[in-house]
Write a protein that binds this ligand. Structure first.
Ligand SMILES: Cc1cc2nc3c(=O)[nH]c(=O)nc-3n(C[C@H](O)[C@H](O)[C@H](O)COP(=O)(O)OP(=O)(O)OC[C@H]3O[C@@H](n4cnc5c(N)ncnc54)[C@H](O)[C@@H]3O)c2cc1C
Length: 465
């Protein structure tokens, strides 16, 4: 059927897939996107957006408790968990339906149903309206990922939650265990701890937020502990007993095992790619540890078959998925000015309190790669706007190549740093050096002045500290 023949078929309408389909359509290609569950993928429905909505509630709650500090009065401060969840779900729904409008506006055909590869260039869709076979010279796999379940620690939706259960929580945990201290684990730990749950985080590696620069994760840990969170690093939940509404965790630390009781556990131990049901290996696609293996242009090695976003591996971030989606659509359209996504130019953000944001190499990675480095640091306490905001805790760290002055990485912890990091991300894309950053005029009073001061500090020129 001519109506089922496309230039591009995208499987999965998350931030990778729907963006790829829209870009393809903008470039004049006939595009379809197949989605089995929800437009917007994990990001809009169960990830980036609903978590940020909940974290905003926690942030406002926290600020209300500090009212007196700002010369304000607020009595009877409390929260209404169902209302917090309702707001978060409403925002997710609003944005997901917006994706439907965007697809329509760009003349992308949306096909609801479960897709599988019948052959390269041939996608079978099983939907409510029956089966349909779509053909296209190019197929983009963008099926994303889901929560990893470790044996014995599997989520049951009652005592042990995945991120989805936490995002539709029907009760407030009193004693909460969060297993895993990556961005997802720490964001939920921060949310529930701020609302008053007695929160413990267990991390198997030697520090929390292990992908971040060591100094930044140490600073964040101190802040979380100040807020009453308990953090056990170098620790492992070896066993979890569940009985009578209680979870007993057997936590191994330094050769000793301790048992601890919780009423809620959030398992945040990573994700696995949605590779099942696509018949990938049958068609010659290489899958390693649940992720499709690709080259830097997201090519799978099978002609006309591409893989993007979470399915194609780390970093598992929505903006990485979207960027890859645009890149692949442009390659398919035959543009000759397409560049691969540089991993060191992808910023990463964690929206806990304090926030964490980074781009590029950590100091340790830079040294491992043989760079001689110059490192700058600037504390929030030295910044007028931070003090005016009542947010004097935090730091900005920059790492430069000592020989060339190239900005290798930037790392921040503190208020609003997730909004600041983009300044350094632009710098990374432009392959900026210390000289250009020093030449840049930063507005006063802003938190961004700390970005300037951190650069100046790397060269012994900081003014305000
Ligand atoms: C709690 C949480 C918080 C997060 N916070 C952030 C954040 O703040 N910032 C950030 O950048 N990232 C965040 N992420 C990660 C982000 O959500 C993902 O990186 C992003 O959604 C990946 O996009 P994607 O398009 O690759 O896949 P997904 O968003 O997973 O979309 C894949 C889509 O494919 C569909 N699908 C799968 N298989 C099939 C099939 N066979 N047929 C049809 N459809 C199929 C799925 O239903 C899904 O809609 C968070 C994730 C979680 C879980």
């Amino acid at each position: 059927m001519a109506g089922d023949d496309f230039d591009v078929v995208v499987i999965g309408a998350g931030p990778g897939g729907y963006v790829a389909a829209i870009r393809a359509a903008q470039l004049g290609l006939k595009a379809a996107v197949v989605e089995r569950e929800h437009l917007g993928g994990i990001c809009l429905n169960w990830g980036c957006i609903p978590t940020k909505a909940m974290l905003r509630s926690a942030e406002v709650f926290h600020l209300m408790h500090r009212a007196k500090e700002f010369g304000l009065k607020a009595d009877g401060i409390g929260y209404d968990l169902p209302a917090v969840i309702k707001r978060s779900r409403g925002i997710a729904g609003q944005l997901a339906s917006g994706v439907g409008h965007l697809l329509k506006k760009n003349k992308v055909e949306t096909v609801m149903g479960e897709a599988g590869l019948a052959a390269p260039g041939k996608v079978k869709v099983k939907g409510e309206k029956g089966e349909r076979t779509l053909t296209a010279k190019n197929v983009i796999l963008a099926t994303g990922a889901r929560a990893r379940q470790l044996p014995g620690l599997e989520a049951d939706g009652d005592l042990v939650w995945t991120y989805k259960d936490a995002l539709r929580a029907t009760r407030m945990p009193e004693k909460l265990l969060v297993i895993g201290s990556g961005a997802i684990g720490i964001e939920f730990a921060s949310f529930f701890n701020t609302l008053g749950a007695d929160t413990t985080v267990v991390e198997v590696l030697d520090r929390i937020l292990p992908v971040e620069d060591e100094e930044i994760s140490a600073h964040a840990r101190k802040q979380f502990e100040k807020q009453g969170m308990k953090i056990l690093a170098n620790a492992k939940v070896a066993k979890l007993d569940r009985a009578k509404g209680k979870a007993t965790a057997h936590v191994e630390t330094g050769g000793k095992t301790e048992t601890m009781e919780f009423d809620t556990v959030i398992s945040a131990v990573g994700i696995v790619g949605n590779v099942e049901g696509l018949n990938l290996e049958k068609h010659g696609v290489k899958v390693e540890r649940s992720h499709v293996v690709t080259d830097e242009y997201c090519r799978t090695g099978v002609e006309g078959l591409w893989a993007i976003g979470d399915l194609a591996g780390a970093p598992w971030l929505a903006h990485k998925a979207s960027h890859e989606g645009v890149m692949v659509a442009e390659l398919i359209a035959g543009r000759n000015d397409v560049h691969p996504v540089r991993p060191t130019s992808i910023p990463g953000c964690t929206y806990c309190q304090p926030q964490i944001a980074s781009v590029g190499l950590t100091e340790a990675q830079a040294k491992e790669q043989g760079h001689e480095v110059k490192v700058g640091r600037f504390p929030f306490i030295g910044n007028g706007k931070a003090i005016a905001l009542g947010e004097a805790e935090g730091m900005v760290k920059t790492v430069f190549d000592a020989e060339t002055g190239e900005l290798l990485g930037a790392h921040m912890v503190g208020a609003e740093v997730t909004e600041l990091i983009q300044g350094y991300a632009v710098g990374k894309t432009l392959e900026t050096t210390e000289a250009e950053l020093m030449e840049t005029v930063f507005p006063h009073p802003t938190l961004s002045e700390m970005m300037h001061e951190s650069v100046l500090d790397a060269y012994g020129r900081a003014i305000h500290f």
